[in-house]
Design a protein around this ligand. Structure first.
Ligand SMILES: [Zn+2]
Length: 695
């Protein structure tokens, strides 16, 4: 499938051009009206010992189409969105240093990946609004790597396979939501301090490719107590007024508690951990003012699964329970670290950024421990098709190398497709040489950020545990003499181009090695580039920007049309109840109500909700007790069978009544939008169930 050869005519073209537009408002905004000095270096120098920062946090909805869009993560074609369990959010922090006038943006977004096109659009819109204040260099966008969000928002074909092309609605929801979260963080900028705590979380992760991990040198493995990184590093943000406005923590684990057959939009274990913390703090998701933002960000999770009992078993009876178990462990550890985070960050803010043509890096002997080596055109190996352990794909098993393949066909494939550069990898697809554009990016961003004594190593990859350790060591060796005490990998940042395994792990060609696009020396190339960035940061020198990545926003098309129209039987209205609630329930039971509805693509209801659970608070007064992002609710979309068009929608709302729910009279409200086949207009509707009692 090649999206570039599929043209849907004027309609698709018009949609596509809109994706290249700038939506940032043109009003002049600069520095949030706060005094920010100039000059000086972030490390040591004028900022040594400084403990004051300007901090701001913001949050915004990025939930894309909740029905009929292929999901991003498992590449399972049958896995299409069909409802919402948790809404997806972008969590943004702006951190500025009064002592050197520099600032950075850190975003953790509930996404499978942050693709290059997303970063390009977000930065364009920020520039349209704020001028040169925000750029590629100081904006760091990181994905949590949930596997339960809608896909189709990459500009590269490899990542739009499960959606049969580009999904403009999803792309726009993501780009605009991230942009809005940053605008909010910017507007909330005020003096404050950042404190740090770090500690281990032991029973929430497991290495899923231990055979590959064991190929790393024994002396190296002996230095670590575990085969995954158990350390959670947490930053606590407190304004001068004393108000806590947020936290960021990094813990390496795949959000694959929800499995490959799940069809609900979900932030998975990290989304749930954020939700729990924010619920604790009374976060208002619709707030434009200050509200608490809890980001559970991703680290070097390449070979790390939350399914601690092996395979797809996270300890729960189903996806939801496994997500709850993993999310709660991360939340509880974060809560204890948050309470004990008293060590202030000291120093300024600084950053270095470079674009590297990753398929054309000559790696010096300092990083190969031998002869100089070279990276390769992007390609994936055969084990990539078989999937990782927590989401088996279409192929046989992991660990497929040419040497291990015995049948004639495999031998033939290996003989004809392995290149000297890719070494042990039996190539199934060389994306890097496809025309007219490669199927995955090769000019990739490397970004190094320091906030006081903490360094963030932002990579557009998923690093395995040991790969992350080596890269951290490279950076630490350069920056420790300048006062950096904590080095964190910010995984899946700013773009995406697969995994990075160590040279030794690569030889085994498990899923992570097969997904290391640029060959056996990819990690060494990364170490070499980050070594340069760290040196420049320490010396206060600049680095050349590198080549500019191509922008493919004009090249997008899609196979799948949007909603043509919504239908219903003649005798009902949109929002009418199809199957109603009972008249009473006990706590712990689940209420189910089905409505005649419209397609959720008509209106994503961003910052809103498709459902409200309401409790009677007076004669004519109802108060909301739950929304579509709450853990105890589910919004499910199904195609309803109404002849002759089959364009009917059934919307099932479920509410698992919490054990601590207040007794009283309740009702379920569904809000949606339907599209007319006559005039093409989209109109809102609202439906209400019968009232029922909870005892
Ligand atoms: Zn992954």
């Amino acid at each position: 499938m090649r999206p570039s050869i599929i043209r849907l005519g004027a309609l698709a073209l018009a949609l596509v051009l809109a994706a290249c537009g700038q939506r940032g408002s043109r009003e002049e905004r600069t520095d949030g009206g706060l005094p920010v000095g100039r000059g000086g270096q972030g490390l040591g120098g004028t900022c040594a010992g400084q403990q004051s920062f300007l901090i701001g946090s913001g949050i915004h909805d990025i939930t894309g189409p909740a029905a009929e869009v292929g999901m991003m993560g498992y590449v399972e074609l049958k896995q299409q969105t069909a409802g919402i369990h948790q809404r997806l959010r972008s969590r943004a922090f702006v951190i500025a240093s009064p002592c050197n006038g520099k600032r950075v943006v850190f975003v953790s977004a509930d996404l499978g990946m942050v693709f290059q096109g997303v970063k390009q659009q977000v930065v364009q819109r920020l520039k349209a609004t704020f001028g040169p204040l925000y750029s590629d260099e100081n904006v760091l966008l990181s994905a949590t790597h949930t596997h339960s969000g809608p896909g189709g928002y990459s500009h590269y074909a490899l990542y739009n396979l499960s959606t049969f092309g580009f999904e403009l609605k999803n792309f726009e929801a993501i780009v605009q939501g991230i942009y809005q979260s940053i605008v909010r963080a910017h507007e909330h900028l005020a003096p404050g301090r950042i404190t740090l705590a770090a500690g281990d979380l032991l029973d929430a992760s497991r290495n899923r490719s231990t055979e590959a991990y064991r190929l790393n040198p024994p002396e190296e493995r002996a230095r670590y107590a575990y085969d995954t990184d158990k350390r959670m590093t947490l930053l606590r943000f407190t304004k001068e007024s004393g108000a806590g406005v947020g936290l960021i923590n990094w813990f390496a684990v795949h959000p694959t508690s929800m499995g490959q057959y799940n069809q609900y939009v979900s932030g998975d274990n990290k989304g749930y951990a954020s939700y729990l913390f924010e619920k604790d703090k009374g976060t208002r998701y619709d707030a434009t003012g200050d509200t608490f933002v809890a980001a559970f960000a991703q680290g070097n999770e390449g070979d790390v699964t939350p399914n601690i009992f092996g395979g797809e078993d996270g300890g729960g009876r189903d996806d939801f329970e496994s997500t709850e178990l993993s999310g709660r462990k991360q939340y509880e550890r974060a809560a204890s670290l948050y309470a004990s985070a008293t060590t202030p960050l000291t120093g300024g803010v600084d950053y270095r950024h470079v674009y590297v043509k990753m398929d054309d890096v000559t790696v010096g002997p300092a990083f190969t421990e031998g002869e100089p080596a070279h990276t390769c055109p992007a390609a994936i190996g055969i084990s990539m098709l078989s999937g990782a352990e927590d989401g088996p794909g279409v192929g046989g098993g992991e660990g497929a190398t040419c040497a291990a393949m015995h049948d004639v066909w495999s031998a033939f494939t290996c003989a004809t497709t392995t290149t000297a550069c890719q070494a042990e990898k039996p190539i199934v697809l060389e994306m890097g040489t496809l025309k007219p554009f490669p199927w995955s990016p090769e000019v990739l961003p490397m970004q190094l950020v320091t906030v006081g004594n903490v360094a963030l190593v932002a990579v557009p990859f998923e690093l395995t545990t040991m790969a992350g350790r080596r890269l951290r060591e490279t950076v630490r060796a350069r920056l420790a003499p300048a006062g950096v005490t904590e080095v964190v990998i910010a995984g899946l940042s700013n773009a995406y181009a697969g995994y990075v395994a160590t040279r030794e792990e690569y030889a085994r060609q498990e899923y992570e090695g097969a997904s290391t696009h640029f060959g056996p020396w990819t990690l060494a190339a990364l170490q070499q580039e980050f070594d340069k960035l760290a040196r420049a940061l320490r010396e206060g020198s600049s680095v050349p920007p590198g080549p500019t990545p191509r922008d493919l926003c004009q090249q997008q098309s899609r196979l799948r049309p949007g909603v043509l129209f919504d239908d219903k039987p003649l005798w009902v209205a949109f929002g009418d109840v199809f199957a109603d609630a009972r008249d009473s329930y006990a706590r712990g039971e689940t209420v189910r109500v089905t409505f005649w509805g419209g397609h959720p693509k008509n209106n994503l209801r961003l910052q809103g909700t498709f459902l409200r659970v309401q409790r009677r608070a007076g004669l004519l007064l109802w108060e909301d007790v739950a929304y579509d992002w709450d853990w105890e609710t589910k919004y499910t979309w199904r195609r309803g069978y109404c002849l002759p068009t089959l364009a009917c929608s059934h919307v099932l709302i479920e509410w698992a009544i919490p054990l601590d729910a207040a007794p009283g009279t309740y009702r379920i409200v569904h809000e949606g939008d339907w599209k007319s086949g006559w005039d093409g207009r989209v109109r809102p509707y609202r439906g209400t169930s019968r009232t029922f009692t909870v005892k």
